[in-house]
Each structure stands twice: as structure tokens, then as C-alpha cells.
Design a protein around this ligand. Structure first.
Ligand SMILES: NC(=O)c1ccc[n+]([C@@H]2O[C@H](COP(=O)([O-])OP(=O)(O)OC[C@H]3O[C@@H](n4cnc5c(N)ncnc54)[C@H](OP(=O)(O)O)[C@@H]3O)[C@@H](O)[C@H]2O)c1
Length: 299
């Protein structure tokens, strides 16, 4: 590479929006809140219901358990056999919903097909729904809430907290979200709209995706296709900030939806995979657990 181009490319290398400094800071605050609850006789406790032994699920669960232990919260895994009947499954959720020593419940997805038809997001009682998927919790987003202390879906909350940690305000910004899932794209589009961003929510039937991403101040990729977005999706003059939600396996490696190596000279900032949105999501989950325990103690 000629020296001049080499020097320019060094100056244009994107800022890496690592979750680590934010996680370390917030963890201390969560620890204090957990200690304060324990001093008042309430030991925050998370229960995770896992059906089977999906290896990706086991890895996500280990991260949740680790963070719970680090801040001093209790963690219990309820691992159920894949053949468990719908009634038995509902009984377990019902028991945890009514257990005053359990403050947060997660039904780890995916579950077997015969359970997936049970309208899972609505099974956990809203006050213990630390995933933030229950209609009563997501309704707050439809009503225009910007309060990140509510039990809101964790990945959208994590994306916004990551941007905030690095001083990026979304107010008035053009944001393109790629992917409209119920757990990422849709709730994030509402949260960012409430925070005064102008949001374009795109999906597999969107025409001219590149034209949209090239005009955005912020692009959020939540597609589930490793390295889908390359430099052809960005206009260097826009100095785009990229939040990569994707977690995919490509050639045996965990990679995002964005090809970071390929885009790092044409965007101004990008969250890494691993080490970006993933840890921010777990952090939001633990924050939701502590909030749920605080709310339940208040009564
Ligand atoms: N880091 C974290 O904490 C975290 C949390 C959740 C998910 N994830 C990761 O994020 C990724 C997305 O997860 P998800 O659950 O949201 O996925 P999902 O439910 O499979 O949804 C994928 C979305 O991407 C859209 N899409 C697919 N191909 C596209 C294309 N060629 N152009 C534009 N849009 C396209 C789909 O459009 P249609 O609706 O038209 O099909 C759909 O809306 C996955 O890699 C997942 O592992 C990470």
C-alpha cells in the first residue's frame, strides 16, 4: 500500500465500541444495589428455565450466571428434559411466578416446538419478566417511554446504553436498523423513536438497502448472517456509527453481521463481536433483575 494511503487509512480506522469499560462501571453500581437489597432482607434471585441442552443456550446461561455471582445475586438453572409436557412446563413457570424468593424469570429460547406454541412471552408474570418480552412491559415502549430503568427488552437497552457510554446521542439522528425481530429490531425501533431518532426499520424484503444504510448516521445490524454488511453499505463521508448485534458462527469463529475488517476504514465507530452488544445485553438483564427485586420489595 502506498505510504500516503496507509497514513490516511490509519487516521480513518473506526473507534471500537467495546462493552468492557461500561460493564466494569455499571457492575459496581449493580453490586451496591444488590447489597442494599440484601441488607433489607431481599436476596435478588434469577431463575432460568432451559429445555434440553442447546450448546449456544448453555453458553449464554453461563454468562448470566457469572454476572449474577459477580454482583452477589442468586442464580438457579431449571434444566428440563426436551420431552417435558406442556402442562408440566406451565406448572414450573407458574410455581416460579408465585415464589416470593424468585425475582426474575427467563425462559431460555429456543424451546422444543411443542412448547413454542405456548405464547411464551406472556407466561412469565410481568413483574418478574426480566427479558422484557411481556406485552405489559413492551406496551410502555408503544406508549413512548424513554425510561431505561423499566423492564424493557435487554438487547435494545444494551445498544442504547453502549451508544450513551461512548457519548453518542441519538436525538435527531437518522438510524437504519437491519432486521425486524421481536427481540431486537422492533423494540429497538420504538426505543430509538422515543429518544427522538428518525428510524428506518428494514428487513429481507427492503429494496435498495444499501441506499438507506449509506445515508444513515447510525446503522444497527441484527440480521443473523455472518459478515453480511461490507464496505459497499457505507458512505465514508457520513462517518457512520455501527452497532453490530449479530452473533454468528463463520468458519468456526464467532462473528457479527458486519465485516469489521472490511468496513473499519469507511465507518467512524463500530461495536465488536464478541465484546460489544452481547455483554451489554447480559448487563441489561442483570439491571432488570435488580430493578424487579427493588420493585417487588416496594410492593
Ligand atoms: N448480542 C446479543 O445479545 C444478541 C441478542 C439477540 C440476537 N442476537 C443476534 O442477532 C442476530 C439477529 O437475531 P434476531 O433474533 O433478531 O434474528 P431473526 O429473528 O432471525 O431476525 C432476522 C431479521 O433479519 C432480517 N433479514 C434477514 N435477511 C436479511 C437481508 N438479506 N436483508 C435485510 N434484512 C434481512 C429478517 O427479515 P424478515 O423479517 O423479512 O425475515 C429478520 O427481520 C443473530 O445473529 C442473533 O444471534 C444477538
Amino acid at each position: 500500500m502506498p505510504l500516503g494511503i496507509y497514513i490516511i487509512s490509519i487516521f480513518m480506522t473506526a473507534q471500537i465500541l467495546s462493552a468492557k469499560p461500561c460493564v466494569e462501571k455499571v457492575k459496581q453500581d449493580l453490586k451496591k444495589r444488590c447489597e442494599s437489597l440484601k441488607a433489607r432482607g431481599c436476596h435478588p434471585s434469577m431463575s432460568v428455565i432451559l429445555v434440553g441442552d442447546n450448546s449456544a443456550s448453555m453458553s449464554y446461561i453461563r454468562n448470566k450466571k457469572k454476572l449474577c455471582e459477580e454482583i452477589g445475586a442468586k442464580f438457579t438453572l431449571h434444566q428440563l428434559l426436551p420431552g417435558i409436557s406442556g402442562d408440566e412446563f406451565l406448572n414450573i413457570v407458574h410455581t416460579l411466578n408465585n415464589d416470593s424468593a424468585t425475582h426474575g424469570i427467563i425462559i431460555q429460547l429456543p424451546v422444543a416446538d411443542h412448547l413454542a406454541v405456548l405464547n411464551l412471552p406472556q407466561l412469565v408474570t410481568p413483574s418478574k419478566d426480566i427479558d422484557g418480552f411481556h406485552g405489559e412491559n413492551t406496551r410502555k415502549l408503544f406508549e413512548g417511554s424513554t425510561d431505561l430503568k423499566l423492564l424493557l427488552p435487554c438487547t435494545p437497552k444494551g445498544c442504547v446504553n453502549l451508544l450513551r457510554h461512548y457519548g453518542y446521542d441519538v436525538d435527531g439522528k437518522d438510524v437504519v436498523i437491519v432486521g425486524r425481530s421481536l427481540i431486537v429490531g422492533k423494540p429497538l425501533s420504538l426505543l430509538l423513536t422515543n429518544l427522538n431518532a428518525t428510524v428506518t426499520l428494514t428487513h429481507s424484503r427492503t429494496k435498495n438497502l444499501r441506499e438507506l444504510t449509506k445515508k444513515a448516521d447510525i446503522v444497527v445490524a441484527a440480521i443473523g448472517k455472518g459478515h453480511f454488511l461490507d464496505r459497499s453499505f457505507f458512505d465514508p463521508s457520513r462517518k457512520t456509527i455501527v452497532i453490530d448485534v449479530g452473533m454468528n458462527t463463520l468458519n468456526g469463529k464467532l462473528v457479527g453481521d458486519v465485516n469489521t475488517e472490511n468496513v473499519k476504514e469507511v465507518v467512524s465507530a463500530i461495536s465488536p463481536v464478541p465484546g460489544g452488544v452481547g455483554p451489554m445485553t447480559v448487563l441489561s438483564l442483570i439491571d432488570n433483575l435488580i430493578t424487579a427485586a427493588e420493585n417487588q420489595l416496594k410492593g
